[in-house]
Design a binder for this molecule. Structure first.
Ligand SMILES: NC(=O)c1ccc[n+]([C@@H]2O[C@H](COP(=O)([O-])OP(=O)(O)OC[C@H]3O[C@@H](n4cnc5c(N)ncnc54)[C@H](OP(=O)(O)O)[C@@H]3O)[C@@H](O)[C@H]2O)c1
Length: 288
């Protein structure tokens, strides 16, 4: 895994298939569909060149409109989406993928992920879903493919059954849930970790350790936490509806955070008790 300077001063990380991903992006979970185009346009004006959406968020159309509204070429923005839980069967996955491209108004996506492994559904079969994503990569409509919320044993099963390594694994990571075992497996197998809810949906920002470090550096608590992720080598895409916060979350490359500060933030880990989202081993939600 290597990184080089990319657009807007954001490092670009090289994926195991040779493609590059901006290490800092903008997430649109819980951005209302009718507000997404304007929100994405503002984020792109701030400087973000990487947008993380999902079929489940219902706002892919707004993402496409936001990119076009900002007057950017498709190639200037790295776009990720994710297969919804109800569409794991290969025929459904193919149809849903076509719909994603149509909603985004594009003929390719930079990165497409299986959103959740759902090991208690589909007879525990996520392998046939994965091989369907491999077809999207082979026909060029998905430049890179990966997974989300996969535990080590799910990744091991994919490796055993297909021999193909996902480019990324997008998992919950923040100082209260460092998820270091899954991250270490990723590092060992050349799978880039993307950390979702990087500021724990705001919940780590009042932590005394975060506040102490932020004060000593003269920066905002969110900037400290986001820089911690960057130093650990993960890809992140904080979400905010507020232009000032979008800007704050983007301006994290003009200060230094030292090893002692990084260790102090990592030591905030609460293990499973710090997890905010569902447990990937039991999560089995399918929308009506
Ligand atoms: N793969 C998955 O299963 C999965 C699951 C969850 C999330 N994700 C992805 O990860 C992205 C980020 O995660 P997230 O949206 O759950 O949480 P997050 O980015 O950790 O936090 C977002 C929350 O923090 C607030 N916030 C943002 N910047 C702030 C700042 N500088 N100061 C104070 N508050 C701030 C936002 O409020 P305002 O909007 O009001 O500013 C929002 O309530 C998502 O958008 C999505 O793309 C993926």
């Amino acid at each position: 895994m290597s990184s080089t300077a990319g657009a807007g001063g954001v490092p670009a990380i090289t994926l195991n298939d040779g493609n590059h991903i901006p290490q800092l992006g903008f997430g649109v979970y819980q951005v209302a569909p009718d507000e997404t185009a304007a929100t994405v346009k503002t984020a792109l004006e701030v400087g973000y060149r990487h947008i993380d959406t999902a079929q489940m968020y219902g706002n892919e159309k707004g993402v496409g409109e936001g990119i076009r509204g900002a007057g950017l070429d498709r190639a200037q923005v790295f776009v990720t989406s994710k297969l919804d839980n109800g569409f794991h069967r290969p025929d459904d996955a193919r149809r849903a993928f076509d719909e994603t491209l149509q909603a985004l108004g594009t003929d390719y996506i930079d990165l497409f992920l299986i959103h959740w492994p759902l090991p208690t559904l589909y007879d525990g079969d996520f392998v046939s879903t994965w091989t369907t994503l491999e077809d999207f990569k082979a026909d060029g409509r998905a430049r890179s493919i990966g997974v989300s919320n996969f535990q080590i044993h799910h990744l091991q099963e994919l490796a055993r059954e297909t021999g193909v390594t996902p480019a990324v694994n997008q998992i919950e990571v923040h100082p209260y849930f460092t998820n270091d075992e899954v991250r270490a497996y990723g590092t060992e197998h050349n799978i880039v970790t993307e950390g979702w809810s990087p500021i724990a949906q705001g919940k780590v920002l009042g932590d005394p350790v975060v506040i102490r470090i932020a004060k000593s550096l003269g920066v905002h608590p969110a900037q400290v936490v986001l820089r911690w992720h960057i130093e650990r080598g993960d890809v992140v895409f904080p979400k905010s509806l507020h232009p000032q916060r979008m800007k704050e979350n983007f301006e994290i490359f003009d200060f230094e955070i030292n090893d002692e500060e990084i260790e102090a933030l990592t030591a905030l880990d609460r293990g499973e008790a710090g997890r905010r989202g569902p447990d990937p081993d039991t999560f089995a939600y399918i929308a009506d």
